[in-house]
Write a protein that binds this ligand. Structure first.
Ligand SMILES: [Fe+2]
Length: 263
């Protein structure tokens, strides 16, 4: 009898084991988690309004995603609606009730007291970013034409040499700053770099000239997409340069600066 019970127990355990294994192999329908939204809602640049004051936000000449894939939409949104808005609001605040309210941003920069750090940083930040936005276009890239093309070849040897020099200035700028293409009064072009929010219009900062192109190399301009690879961001900038706007600035600057010939 005992032998019979033992055999029955072994048979039952084996049956249960087999049954469990079969259950393990049974396909079970598990509800999948809801698909996460991958699209980030972008705001509208036109909705960004500066606080009451002398200077207004310059309308962004493209949508936040207008420079994709070279400059990503999220970076553009934060850059324009947070960083740039911060500079303009602080600038308006610091000049409120002073004689500076009557001046243009260029006049403020050219007469700047470098010891006035708040004005220096925020007037520079406002001007520099306006020029940066204008230096790019959703239809940008390629090479310049007309007078600027001629001047670039004359002063740098070739477009390729110019490109290498601007990239080098941008990549070697230590920490936060800017790389610039500037012209002097005779139309001669050079490339310079400045730290923080300084620019070539400011007196006694070691570089001079009227800015034609501005390239922001602060980390806030590229870190979301390019992380530490500033050189990749700098390469991508060349895909979106607005050469028509740059040539217009060059022509207007040289025309204004050169003495009028009297026949
Ligand atoms: Fe910036």
């Amino acid at each position: 009898m005992n032998q019979f019970r033992t055999v029955l127990s072994v048979f039952t355990i084996a049956l249960l084991f087999t049954s469990c294994n079969e259950k393990k192999l049974t396909e079970v329908q598990v509800p999948l988690p809801e698909e996460e939204a991958t699209t980030v809602q972008m705001g509208n640049p036109a909705d960004i309004i500066a606080n009451e004051g002398t200077f207004k936000m310059m309308p962004l000449p493209y949508a936040y995603d207008g420079l994709e894939p070279s400059i990503d939409a999220r970076t553009m949104e934060i850059h324009y609606s947070k960083h740039h808005l911060g500079y303009i609001n602080k600038l308006n605040e610091v000049i409120a009730g002073t004689e500076l309210e009557k001046l243009t941003i260029e006049e403020i920069l050219k007469s700047l007291d470098l010891e006035n750090k708040t004005l220096r940083n925020n007037a520079g930040g406002y001007y520099n970013h306006n020029l940066f936005w204008s230096s790019m276009s959703s239809k940008g890239g390629g090479e310049p034409t007309g007078s600027l093309n001629t001047a670039i070849k004359k002063d740098f040897g070739s477009f390729s040499d110019f490109k290498n020099q601007l990239a080098e200035a941008a990549n070697k700028q230590f920490g936060s700053g800017w790389a610039w293409l500037v012209t002097d009064k005779t139309g001669k072009l050079t490339i310079v770099g400045t730290a923080n929010q300084d620019n070539p219009l400011m007196p006694n900062i070691g570089v001079t000239g009227t800015p034609i192109l501005a390239l922001d190399v602060w980390e806030h301009a590229y870190y979301l997409k390019y992380q530490n690879k500033r050189n990749s961001y700098v390469d991508a900038f060349f895909n979106v340069i607005n050469w028509k706007a740059a040539e217009k600035r060059y022509d207007e600057t040289v025309k204004k600066e050169l003495p009028v010939k009297v026949l």
